[in-house]
Structures are given as C-alpha cells and as structure tokens.
Design a protein around this ligand. Sequence first.
Ligand SMILES: [Zn+2]
Length: 220
Amino acid sequence: MFIGHFGVAFAAKRVVPEVKLGTAILAATFLDLLWPFFVAAGIEVVKIVPGNMEFSPLRFVSYPFSHSLVMALLWGGLFALAYVALGGSRRAAFWMGLLVVSHWFLDLIVHEPDLQLFPELDIYVGLGLWDSIGGTLLVEGGLFVVGVWLYLSATRARDAAGVWGLWGLVLLLVVSYVGVVIGPPPHNVSTIVITAIVGIAVSVIWAYWLERHREPKASG
Ligand SMILES: [Zn+2]
C-alpha cells in the first residue's frame, strides 16, 4: 500500500494531537523505510515483474525482516520505546507503535500472498486487492481522503504557509501515487531503493516544516 499509510498518519492527529505529523508519517511508513535498506544490503529481495499485479509491478520475493507480522510488532515496540526515550508521552508512544503495526495490516489488504507471519515460517498471506485498480483506488484513496479530512478537522493554519504547505504535501502524495498507477515500471531495483528512501524522507521533513505553520484547533 502507498497512499493509505499516509491517510492513517494524517488521521492520527485526531487521536493524539501532540504527535507531529512528521512523526506519524515516519511511524506509518516505517516498515517501508527499513525495507529499501534491507534490499540494498541484500537480505531482502524484490523483483520488477511488469504486470505482476494490476496495480504494481513489484514482486516481493522475500522481506521477512521489514514486513513479517512478528517483526512489525517488534519494530512497533521499538518505535514506541524510542518515542518515550525522546521525551514523548506513553499514550502517544502507544499510538505510534500501533501506527507502525497498522502498516502490516494495510499491506495485507493489497499485497498478493507474500507477507509472512514470522521469518522462516513458510506461510504467506495477502488479500490481493492490488489486482483490482478500482478497488485499490477506492480503499487507498478512501483512507487518504478520510485521513486528510480528519487532519483538517483537528488543526488550523497559522499563516498562508500552513495552508499551501498542507495542500502542497497532499498534491505531492497524490501526484506520486498517480505516477505509480499510470507511469512505467521502475528501471531497476536501485531506482526503487532510492525512490522509497527519498520519497519518505521528503514527506517526513515537509510534514515537520508544515506543522510550524499550523496549530491544533482545540488550543485556540
Ligand atoms: Zn509496506
């Protein structure tokens, strides 16, 4: 899943307003941020197979360290611990841990059966929604629209940058998403690795910057 993860990150603002959007995006996409590093290190494997699924040319041959259920729980726990260690509240840390784990369940909806419950265990799950472009757009797009709407209901812009910064980020994510749907498959695995890291890093940094120009509605 791509844009749906950002949807739940936006929605988190409604539940834990003190958590920065950048942190929530980092949590929701954390497994996808680890993944390119594991691929580059050669311990996880992805192949480009045009037409593999209607929606995505990526075949996730092996990614147990970033994308198995047990490891997702472990990464979620570590993320929550780090959040507390950096001075965050336990309640917010709990929700951030949950956001990390939510990634696996959202991927479960769209991926073909390639997600493991546990590394080394040869059981692969995935509901395969990516084989339907309409269904994918409905579920992922729906999550994204609802998430942005919840974010808008929880914050307000302090200045013009708070308005255009938000819509700029939304536009960037939508355009990237449309590019994935209608664009050609990536050239090679290095392109995927770099795109994943840069894409997540840019959106996280953008979100931190953006929130210097927005504030929670309740505080006003
Ligand atoms: Zn993922």
